[in-house]
Each structure stands twice: as C-alpha cells, then as structure tokens.
Design a protein around this ligand. Structure first.
Ligand SMILES: Cc1cc2nc3c(=O)[nH]c(=O)nc-3n(C[C@H](O)[C@H](O)[C@H](O)COP(=O)(O)OP(=O)(O)OC[C@H]3O[C@@H](n4cnc5c(N)ncnc54)[C@H](O)[C@@H]3O)c2cc1C
Length: 451
C-alpha cells in the first residue's frame, strides 16, 4: 500500500489526506498545534460559535462547494442576507459600494457617481480607462505590474485607493502596490490581457468572473458559509479520516524523522523553507522569499439597544488612505441569518495588513477600545460590548508580490529535481482562498494517485 506523510493539518493538508485515504493510501497527518483546521477556526463569542478565520468562501470557484457536497454538508450551505453588500468609509461618513462593481472596479460611471463613494474628479478620471491606450502589463525587468500600479494607470489613484484597495487589498491583507496583478488578482489580470480598457475587459469576462463582493443584485450567491462555523468542514474531514494516523501536537522540524513514499508539505512556505533546506537549498531560498501579513481581530456581541441604527450591510471597509487602524468591520448579525438575534448584534473588527503592523502594538484591551472607537466615528454605538474575543493571526496571510508565479514555478522545479517525493501545497502558492487551497490539495492527491 503506498504511503504519504502530510505535514500540516489545515484545510489543504486534510483534504489531500482525505483523497489519498479514500484511494487506499496509508496516510499520516502531523499537525503542530492542538487542533485541526489551521486558519479555519471557530470559537465561542458569548454563547455563539463564531469564525475567527474565514467565515465564508467564494461560490464561483467550485471546489469549496464540491467538498461540502462530498462531505454531505452542501444542503446546509447558506449565503449572506444583508440588503447592501458593503459600505466604504468616505469623508467621515459612509458610502455604499457602487452597483455594477466587479472586484472593486466600477464598471458603470453613473453608478459610481451616484454612490458618493469618490469625488466627481475621480469619476471623470476612472472614465478615462475607456479611451486610454493599452497599459504595458510588465515592468522594464519583465515582471508583471502590481494591482496598484495597473489600476492607478487605468482608473486613477482615488478609485484605486478608495474602492479597489479595500476590496482586493482587504481580501489578501495586502498593500495593492505590492500585490501581483497576475497572481493576486487573476480575474483583473485576465481582463487586463483583453485590454486596453480594464472596464470593458471585466464586462466581457463577467460571465466567468461572475458576481463578486458588491455585484449587488446578482442572481447567484457569491459567498457561501455554514451555520455553526467553517470548522464544521474540518470536523467532517477529520471524521472521514477516522482510521488514518492523525497526530496533533506533532510539529515536524526535520523531514529525516519521517518515513513515507510521498511527503506533502501543507504548511506555510515560511515553515516549508527550513524543512526542505537540507535537501533542496534552491527551493528553500525561493520559499523564503514569500512574505506574510499579520492581522488582529476584535469580535464582540453588543446589546441591540446600544446601536442607534443597525447597519443594513455585511460590513464597512476602511480605505488605507484614511489612516485608520481598522481595515474592516463585518456585521455577522446582518450578514448571516443564523447570527440574527433579538437581543444582540455580533460584529467583527479587523486590523493589520502588509506594511501596517500598528494593531500589533496594542494590548488586547486597548486594541478593542481603539477599533470600537474608530467604528464609532461612523456608526452611533452608545453602549459597551458584552462579550469580546481578540485574536491575532501572526504571519497568517501569504503575500503574492509581483513575480510570485515565477517563484512558485521555481519551487516546484527545484523540488522535482532535488527531492521528487516532496510536494508543497497550500495557501502560499496558487491561491489563498479556501476553494483554491482545496483545489491545490486535491490536485496533488489526484496526481499522486495517478502515478
Ligand atoms: C483572518 C483570516 C480570514 C480569512 N478569510 C477567508 C475567507 O473569508 N474566505 C476564504 O476563502 N479564505 C479566507 N482566508 C484564507 C484561508 O483561510 C487560508 O488561506 C487557508 O485556510 C489556508 O489553509 P492551509 O491549509 O493552506 O494553511 P493553514 O491553515 O495555515 O494550515 C497549515 C497548518 O500547518 C500547521 N503547521 C505549521 N508548522 C508545522 C510543522 N512544523 N509541523 C506540523 N504542522 C505544522 C499549522 O499549525 C496549520 O494548522 C482567511 C485567512 C485568515 C487568516
């Protein structure tokens, strides 16, 4: 019977183990921490179980939904119920996400103007995208542009900073001026390649890009979630792996300690680098070049009576240019029907992104006060929270800086040459979202089974 050792018990490692186990392989999973799931973690806030990591995944990338189907969870998937997708902080107040926006890119200048999310001059500048000549997608060194560099050239700084950065930068906890257009925003890359106009390219691709955050009025759900938390996917995978060798509290520091036909590194690249260094210094060097961002979150319940006007949206995004520590507030009790309650609102505040570590300097109590005060600047909150959870995700979000795709190809080639039974999968490489991680793990499993 072929055997595999999987290092890392996040979604990528568990799904790889699940497929290999189902194909009759002997599987051992080593997880450093005392729980399964990695970045997927659901824990109590007051009496409710609330996600501290992802609370949703994209519906249009089929692998998330498919895995839920395989695990018998698909009937329970739900989509957001908030009437408005999101608001943006603007001029000390709130402006709704313009309708007909795709990944933060406004495709209707009328909708952009009427949203009040940017100045009149910014609307005029964004409209120039329709007539400007093509933008070269590579710099002088042949490296693809960043999302920021490209979008600034097409649509101007204000739309880029106020709409695109909070959405695309927010998803990745990135600085969009250091986020690869090709690897960090592949849909924009595809549209850009149709060029010259980004707006026209996106409209042409709309069928495949589909609705995304704020494509208000979309027929198909954009996001999916599970009542009870995303950790239910992890629990179901662990259940299915019942008779496999699953080891918690088992940090691997030396691959020499492991005997298996195939070795799957489903850990962040910053862990994988030192592990492969003895056998593939070339891969280790490239793995070490992938940088990370940290985020800190404050999730709280607050009596409904403490908030004068309950938000009618999934949340509020705070553009980096406004200088606040808070990057987003997610109104769980508006976004998801299963969190609605007569007594309490449930809100998660997020801070921290690549190049902005101010949140990490606060202790838990002062971070809570600071982020709630920043929220108070736009929402009338009178009382204090009744239950609070503070969680810090240190070096949690890999950054796909320009050249990322080339680095990943280099890692794959170096491992294939130096250590062909060692494989690196997960959020650090080919997509950070849950569906992308599932796809990465399952693709590797199928490849190994086919061998
Ligand atoms: C705050 C936050 C919010 C997010 N929101 C969303 C969202 O809404 N939607 C979405 O699709 N995605 C979201 N993501 C991204 C997504 O959750 C992650 O990219 C994905 O879960 C990563 O899975 P993974 O298995 O590749 O890595 P991880 O979850 O990082 O798993 C790696 C595992 O390896 C273990 N490990 C580390 N070192 C060792 C070692 N030496 N030996 C053994 N084990 C080790 C770790 O403990 C961990 O359990 C979010 C991420 C974060 C941090």
């Amino acid at each position: 019977m072929p055997s595999a050792a999987i290092i890392g018990g996040g979604i990528t490692g568990l799904v790889t183990a699940y497929d290999l186990h189902n194909a009759g392989w002997q599987v051992t999973v080593y997880e450093a921490s005392s729980r399964w799931g990695g970045k997927i973690w659901t824990s109590p806030v007051g009496e409710r179980l609330v996600d501290a990591g992802p609370d949703t995944f994209l519906a249009r990338v089929p692998q998330g939904k498919q895995l839920c189907k395989d695990l018998g969870l698909d009937d329970e998937l739900v989509s957001p119920v908030a009437p408005v997708p999101a608001y943006f902080h603007y001029n000390g107040g709130l402006a709704p996400l313009p309708s007909e926006t795709i990944l933060g890119v406004p495709t209707s200048m009328e909708a952009l103007a009427s949203s009040g999310a940017v100045s009149a001059a910014a609307v005029d500048r964004a409209a120039q995208d329709l007539t400007l000549p093509a933008t070269d997608l590579y710099d002088a060194d042949g490296v693809e542009l960043s999302v920021g560099a490209y979008c600034r050239a097409r649509l101007g700084d204000e739309v880029t900073d106020r709409l695109i950065d909070p959405i695309i930068g927010g998803i990745n906890a990135s600085d969009i001026d250091r986020l690869s257009l090709k690897s960090g925003a592949p849909q924009l890359w595809a549209a850009a390649n149709r060029g010259p106009s980004l707006i026209r390219g996106l409209l042409e691709l709309k069928e495949s890009v589909g609705a995304t955050l704020g494509s208000a009025g979309a027929d198909e759900p954009v996001f999916l979630s599970l009542p009870g938390g995303m950790a239910r996917i992890v629990d179901a995978l662990v259940d299915e792996l019942g008779d496999a060798d699953l080891r918690l509290n088992s940090a691997i520091t030396d691959l020499g300690q492991i005997q298996a036909d195939q070795l799957v590194l489903a850990v962040p690249s910053l862990v994988a680098g030192p592990l492969v260094a003895p056998v593939s210094p070339g891969a280790a060097e490239l793995l070490g070049q992938i940088e990370y961002a940290s985020v800190a979150q404050v999730t709280f319940e607050i009596p409904r009576s403490a908030v004068e006007h309950e938000l009618d949206a999934s949340g509020i995004l705070f553009p980096r240019v406004d200088g606040k520590v808070i990057t987003a507030s997610t109104w769980f009790s508006t976004k998801w029907a299963h969190y609605q309650s007569a007594d309490h609102l449930l809100i998660r505040l997020t801070s921290g992104r690549f190049g902005d570590t101010r949140a990490l300097d606060f202790d838990d109590a002062s971070l809570t006060t600071h982020l709630i005060d920043e929220l108070r600047s736009v929402v009338d909150i009178k009382g204090e929270p009744s239950s609070v959870r503070v969680h810090r995700w240190i070096d949690a979000l890999p950054q796909y800086t320009p050249g990322h795709g080339g680095r990943v190809t280099g890692i794959v080639e170096a491992l294939a040459a130096d250590a062909p039974t060692i494989h690196a999968v997960g959020a650090s490489y080919r997509g950070i979202g849950i569906p992308a991680c599932i796809h990465d793990g399952r693709s590797l499993a199928q490849e190994l089974i086919a061998q």
